[in-house]
Structures are given as C-alpha cells and as structure tokens.
Design a protein around this ligand. Structure first.
Ligand code: ARG
Length: 461
C-alpha cells in the first residue's frame, strides 16, 4: 500500500526520513488528548458555521464524523498512525476519510498551534478538578483520624528531638492545613488555565471573521488569551500547575517520612494496615512501608517535571516552537503521579492506628513539659529568662537521677526553686500541658475538635 503523504507535503522534494518521522511524532503520547481535540474541533466548527465561514451541511458532516471517531477511540478501534504525526493530524485524516471535503474544511481559521494549546488547557482543567477531589478525600481521612484522636498525647518534635507534648489530632491537622492550601492554589491555577487560545491560529490570528467568545462559551472557558502570540507560545499554565503539584508532593513526602519513622520499631507510634505493607524476600521479620516510601520517592519525578518545563520554556523566542511538544510527557507524568499518590494515601491514612502506649512513653522520656514548668514559674512571678535557667537545672537533675522531669519529687523541685508548690503536678503532666494550650490553633483536645469542625465546614463549601 502506498504511504499517504504528510498533510503538509506539498512543497517537499523528498519524503521525510523514517528516523525523523519517529523522532518528531508525538502521537504515542498526545493521543491522550483525543477527547479534548474532538471537543475543541466541534466548538470550532460550530462557530465557523455560525459566522457563515462554513456551511451547515459541512458542520453536520463534521459532527457526524467526529462522533464516530469518538466511538472508535472509546472502543479501542481507532488506528493511530505514526505517519500522521500527532493526535490532531490523526483525527483530521480520519475525519476526511469518513466525511470527505467537509473534513478538509475544518482546519479553516485554525492552526495546530492554537489547537494543541486549547486541547492541553481543556485536559488540564479536568485533571485539576479530579485532583482537587482527591485532595478533599485525603483531607477527610485526616479529619476522621484527627477527630478520633483529638485527645491522644504524643511528643511534638523540633530538630527530631522531643520538644513539647501535642495531640495526635493536632499533628494531623497540620497536614490538613497544608492540603487545604494546595487545593486553594489549584483553584487559582485553574482559572488561569481556563482561557481560550483558539483564534490565535499559527501566531498572528486569522483573516476570517471568527467569534472567539462563542467558542469560549461552548467549551466553558472563563476568558480568552488576549494576545495571539502569547496564546500559542506560553506554557506557564502548565508550569504553574507543576509547581502546585510539586508542593502537594512535598507535603505528601513529609507525611510519608513521618509514617515511615513512626511505623518503624524505634518509634512504634503507629501501625500501618497490613494491606499497605510488603514483606522482604530474605528477612522474614520485616514489614516494609513501601507505600509511603514510594510516595516520598515519587515526589522527585514531579519536581523533575517542573524543572523540565521551566527549562523547556526559557530560551524560546516567540511564538510557537516545536520545543513545546515536549511539554506533554512531563505534565502527564506529574498529573498521574500526584493522582496516584493522593489516592493511595487517602486509604493508607484512614487505616493508620496509633499506639498510645509508645507515644506516651516517648513524651515521658523527653522532659517534654520543661516549657510548662518555666511558664508556671513565670506565673509565680519569675522573669522568663530566669525561669528557663531554673528549669534547665531541674532537667539536669532529672537526667542524673535517670528520670523524666515530670517524675521528679516535689522536694527536689522545691530545692531548685521555693516558688514551686504542690499545684505544679498539674502542669507537669503531658495531659495538663496540652489542655493548657486552648487558644485557636493550639493543641488542646477541645481546640482540635473545634478545628476539625471548622475544616469540615470549609470542605463542604
Ligand atoms: N504536536 C505538536 C505539539 O505538540 C502540535 C503543534 C504542531 N505545530 C507545528 N507548527 N509544528 O506541539
């Protein structure tokens, strides 16, 4: 069978080299944009008809052809061909085979340059909505755990050393905050993604009397790309998304790191559900936290996508250059990685079971209430700097006698400062310490419960 010539082959003396064909083709990955390509073409064709640029008959034929192509793709029957280079040419060629002349007229007042930018924005817009939903599901899992364990005391850390008691619920709510900002960032990013490039054509706009606003309305875009050069040239919307995705992965990776530490025998703060653990091929005693480790590892891929797109963009003169074809794989990979990581984490987080005894033992082994004792002395009239000194001495004494500060007898404490009285016991317990932090944003169980309720309300909006 004779090969069909390229759609643009009119002025070429020889066919494209086979290796060059493979090298320049993008259909292997951009066929993922097929649905968006069809939607964009439909809106474009209808606008052309409404503006008298295309006949009604042609549009009807185009609609019929594109609907059929959509079905062929859904059923896996569409024949993608490298010869046709990319998703746009593949669909256009098939359309022409199906409906003839009308198919060839579809590309009036359009270029693949504004077409691909439109497809990518439509695609990313939907993916952003999906990712925002997945973040919400993970937030719900965290809120469920936070509500259940609003009063469970554990050590809070700075420099990975026991610092002050916090509640497990409060600790988890920190991640809720991070993820809520991630959701908010994506909503803002979405509105900049959601602008229509079509109409820019190759770079300079078109000589046909088009109606861009109509296309934007039909495709649900909230605005137009105002400058035709910018419309086809910039991928800042994809870069911005990858930056937001990278931050999501940073947050997941930190939680992953904590789960790995906590689930390990040194901490033993939590048990991860067996269905999320894997065994070792050689060490029978092991249960490995592969899921959080992989999420931690996969964060690197998403940072990579961000850097790849930044580098892709920085040296390009206006307007479109083929470099931009390289935008897709990093973007697709970032989207897939973030979605998979969020989805697997929602299940994992919901199944985490804390080990209160280990948490409690760790709080009592780290002089976690030292700051509470200092605050106590301040309330008894001692300046904070002096109180800090006094408590440091008490910690030293506790250390030499092999005890936690909270376990020192009252007489020893009184020897260090006579201001200390029997009521000190209340502030020295971890429970007393967390209960005292009862302001908005504090770790007291009552505050954690209120924070959960507020977060639930925000999420339901
Ligand atoms: N496959 C191309 C891309 O992904 C479509 C646009 C091609 N435009 C061009 N002038 N070669 O960017």
């Amino acid at each position: 069978m004779a090969k069909k010539p390229q759609l643009w082959s009119g002025r070429f003396k020889e066919p494209v080299d086979e290796q060059v064909k493979r090298f320049t083709a993008s259909v292997g990955f951009d066929k993922r944009l097929a649905k968006q390509d069809i939607r964009g073409s439909l809106a474009h064709a209808r606008m052309l008809a409404a503006c008298g640029i295309l006949s009604r008959r042609d549009v009807t034929a185009i609609e019929r052809g594109l609907a059929r192509i959509g079905r062929e793709i859904d059923r896996g029957r569409f024949k993608w061909s490298l010869e046709a280079e990319d998703v746009h040419f593949n669909i256009e060629r098939r359309l022409t085979a199906l409906v003839g002349e009308a198919g060839k007229r579809l590309h009036t007042a359009r270029s693949r340059n504004d077409q691909v930018a439109t497809d990518l924005r439509l695609w990313l817009r939907d993916e952003i909505d999906a990712i925002r939903g997945l973040i919400a599901a993970l937030i719900e899992a965290l809120l469920g755990q936070a509500a259940r364990h609003a009063a469970l005391v554990m050590p809070g850390f700075t420099h990975l050393q026991v610092a002050q008691p916090v509640t497990f619920g409060h600790h988890l709510l920190a991640y809720v905050e991070m993820l809520e900002r991630d959701r908010e960032r994506l909503a803002q990013c979405r509105s900049r993604v959601n602008r229509l490039p079509l109409g820019a054509a190759a770079l300079a706009g078109t000589s046909f009397p088009i109606d861009r606003a109509r296309v934007a309305r039909e495709l649900g875009f909230e605005g137009l790309c105002e400058n035709s050069l910018d419309a086809v040239a910039d991928r800042d919307f994809a870069i911005e998304f990858c930056a937001d995705a990278a931050l999501i992965m940073v947050h997941l990776s930190r939680l992953a790191e904590e789960l790995v530490l906590w689930a390990g025998p040194r901490f033993d703060f939590v048990r991860l559900p067996d269905r999320y653990l894997t065994g070792s091929s050689i060490m029978p005693q092991k249960k490995n936290p592969d899921v959080p480790e992989l999420v931690r590892g996969k964060s690197g891929r998403v940072f990579g996508s961000l850097v790849a797109l930044l580098a892709l963009m920085k040296g390009q003169p206006l307007a479109y250059n083929k470099d931009n074809q390289e935008d897709k794989e990093p973007l697709f990979d970032a989207v897939d990685t973030v979605k998979d990581s969020l989805a697997v984490f929602a299940g994992l987080v919901a199944g985490v079971e804390p080990v209160p005894a280990s948490m409690h033992a760790a709080v009592l082994a780290g002089h976690a209430t030292a700051t509470d004792l200092a605050d106590y002395l301040v309330r008894k009239g001692m300046p904070f700097r002096d109180a800090h000194e006094v408590v440091a001495r008490a910690v030293r004494e506790a250390e030499t006698s092999g005890r936690d500060l909270a376990a020192l007898p009252l007489e020893s404490l009184r020897r260090i400062s006579p201001r200390i009285a029997a009521d000190v016991k209340r502030v020295l317990t971890p429970e007393g310490s967390v209960a005292a932090r009862r302001h908005r944003g504090g770790t007291a169980p009552a505050e954690v419960r209120k924070a959960v309720a507020r977060a639930r309300k925000r999420l339901s909006k």
